[in-house]
Design a protein around this ligand. Structure first.
Ligand code: GCU
Length: 137
């Protein structure tokens, strides 16, 4: 499929816990980052189309304080302090989007806490944005 969603609870998690106590998440749960500045969720993404790609991070933040995450693609930081503002409630899930570039094949997309805590992270949706003629058959 051109558009693929990867659940946080199925990704590689460092210093975070898979939980499911707030309704509205997709899959079987979400990741609650530990209260440290180097907790991360790393998604292994198979690029259907290398090139420009939109990343949609679905999250909830029941506080009124921004919970930024640093985003790295294949080991290189591509977003410093990407904002994850309050969503109104821990059961209200919204997406934060950022554009990046994926290479052919397997890509590692890591979201790392930049402050002392992160939002609850539900999933990552990957959408190719380049010209359609580069799509793999
Ligand atoms: C609450 C909420 C958690 C959330 C946490 C936080 O405890 O239930 O899901 O992760 O706040 O502030 O990060």
């Amino acid at each position: 499929p051109r558009v693929a969603t990867y659940e946080a609870e199925a990704a590689q998690v460092s210093k975070g816990k898979v939980e499911s106590n707030h309704a509205g998440h997709t899959g079987t749960g979400f990741v609650n980052f530990d209260v440290v500045s180097d907790a991360y969720v790393e998604f292994t993404v198979e690029a259907q189309r290398p090139g420009p790609t939109r990343l949609d991070f679905r999250h909830a933040n029941g506080t009124s304080t921004n919970r930024p995450l640093d985003i790295a693609v294949n080991g290189t930081q591509t977003s410093d302090d990407l904002g994850f503002p309050g969503t109104g409630a821990w059961t209200t899930w919204k997406t934060v989007s950022v554009s990046t570039t994926l290479t052919s094949g397997t890509n590692k997309i890591r979201a790392t806490t930049a402050g002392v805590d992160g939002p609850n992270l539900d999933s990552l949706t990957v959408t190719p944005e380049g010209p359609a003629d580069t799509e793999k058959p």
